[in-house]
Each structure stands twice: as C-alpha cells, then as structure tokens.
Design a protein around this ligand. Structure first.
Ligand SMILES: Cc1cc2nc3c(=O)[nH]c(=O)nc-3n(C[C@H](O)[C@H](O)[C@H](O)COP(=O)(O)OP(=O)(O)OC[C@H]3O[C@@H](n4cnc5c(N)ncnc54)[C@H](O)[C@@H]3O)c2cc1C
Length: 230
C-alpha cells in the first residue's frame, strides 16, 4: 500500500565547511574576509561573530560565500525538489527514477488534507465510483508495479508516477545562497511543502550558526519566516 507522508519533509545536515586548521565556519569566513582589510591581527576569541555582523550591516554578503552547507532532504516530493533545483548557485544529487525502483511509493499530501478524502470518478465502462486519495495512490503504485512486472524499465514506468512521489536529494550551497533559498522558500507565499521543511532547517541552522541566519524571523507557529528589512 502506498505510504502517505505529510510535510515537513525530513533533512539531515551532512556538512558545514570549516577551516583545515581547526577554524569554525565563522572563523573561516572571518579569515577570508579580513583579507580585504589586511586586519588578520584583529582575530581574537569571539571576533568572528562581530566581524560577520559588521559585514551584514555593510551588505558585504559575498564574504559569506566562503563557508557552505550540505543537506540531505528526504521524504520530500518531486514537486519540492523541482522547486529546489531552480536555485542555480547550489549543487544537487538526487535519487534517480530512471534507475531506482519505486514499487513501494511514498507520497506527500497537503498538511491540511486527509488521505481518506473521497472523490467521484467515471470508470472506463461508464460506471461511477467513489475513490479516496489513498485508493488513487494505491492504484498508481499498482500500475507502476504491473508495468515493471511486465518488463518495463524503471525509466519507462516512472512516467505514471505522481508529482507527490517521495524522493531524496543532497544539496550543497554556500551560506549566501542558503540565505537566498530561505528568503524565497520560507516566505508566506511559498508552497507549503518546501516552506514547512525549509522553516525547520532554518530553525536548526539559527541554533548552529546564529550570526549568519538570525536576521530571519520565524513565525510563532513555525509555518513561515521572513528576512528582516525585506
Ligand atoms: C513563490 C514562488 C513562486 C514561483 N513561481 C514560479 C513559476 O510559476 N514559474 C517559474 O518558472 N518559476 C517560479 N518560481 C521560481 C523563480 O522564478 C526562481 O527561478 C527561483 O525562485 C530561483 O530564484 P533566483 O533566481 O533568485 O535564485 P538562484 O538561482 O538561487 O540565484 C541566486 C541569485 O543569484 C543571481 N543569479 C543567479 N543566476 C543568475 C543569472 N543567470 N543571471 C543573473 N543573476 C543570477 C540572482 O541575483 C539570484 O537571485 C517561483 C519561486 C517562488 C519563490
């Protein structure tokens, strides 16, 4: 039976770029950024945060590109990843539907809808039938499986899969680009799936590296976030 999932999708932070000499990501940004002013002698405990705050105030955002983060997203839909990959300054590796068998479907549905909701449809013989969302996804899974059982390659059978089909993607981007992604994808008018997942990722990175991401304000119900001053 097709597995119904609801957002937020899951994620795991795989890496945050730090310095080879034991510098934290913030210290790495400071080390790179101070090249502009030849002020490395000013590096001291806690100076990285202040330096980055200063850069932010000046709008000198390119320096934030010296550190990056890699995140694995899973239990997200093909719709989610289609939106994510529009962000061109990031790198992606996604589960392939050409090579990976999708006999066991996971499907993401809107948080405000239930899989038990039914709709009326006309069958090929003209009869009317009542079908739940769960039934519809089960039928999808069955059609895919039957095509595979008949010898269809995964890359051919995938044509029947819905946009709600769950997938996995690994994304690497520098901090500046992550901020752009959060700005657009956590906004109140962003699609619910990417918005709810990105708000949770934003919440996590605000705890890990506040000075980079704390100019976003997350709503109390954690359904959206906005960038201060935008
Ligand atoms: C609410 C919402 C609805 C949307 N609806 C649609 C839709 O209906 N149809 C649709 O096709 N898309 C839609 N999009 C996608 C949107 O058009 C962008 O493709 C996507 O948000 C990536 O934004 P970006 O180009 O700013 O960011 P990125 O690709 O992440 O780039 C970051 C920044 O780098 C700079 N940059 C990157 N590439 C270039 C370049 N080639 N030239 C100059 N500067 C560059 C820009 O300053 C850009 O803002 C939607 C996005 C959102 C958030």
């Amino acid at each position: 039976m097709a597995k119904i999932l609801k957002p937020p999708g899951k994620f795991k932070i795989l890496a945050i770029l730090a310095g080879l000499n034991g510098e934290s990501p913030l210290e790495l940004i400071e080390k790179a950024g101070r090249t502009a002013y030849q002020s490395h002698h000013k590096i001291s405990p806690g100076s990285a945060e202040k330096f980055i705050e200063m850069l932010r105030k000046l709008g000198h955002e390119s320096v934030l590109e010296h550190s990056a983060m890699t995140v694995r997203f899973f239990d997200v839909s093909r719709g989610f990843t289609h939106q994510l990959v529009r962000h061109r300054l990031a790198s992606y590796t996604q589960e392939s539907t050409r090579y990976v068998d999708k006999r066991q479907l996971g499907l993401i549905i809107p948080p405000h809808k239930e899989a038990s909701e039914s709709i009326k449809i006309s069958l090929p013989d003209g009869k009317q039938a009542s079908l739940t969302l769960q039934d519809w996804f089960n039928l999808n899974e069955q059609v895919y499986r039957e095509l595979r059982n008949k010898g269809w390659a995964a890359q051919d059978a995938r044509q029947v899969l819905p946009i709600a089909t769950s997938t996995e993607i690994v994304t690497t981007a520098n901090f500046r680009e992550w901020k752009r992604i959060f700005e657009l994808r956590c906004a109140p008018d962003a699609h619910w799936e990417i918005r709810l997942t990105m708000v949770q990722l934003l919440k996590t990175v605000q705890k890990l590296i506040p000075v980079i991401f704390d100019d976003f304000k997350i709503s109390e119900d954690e359904t959206y976030a906005t960038l201060e001053g935008s």
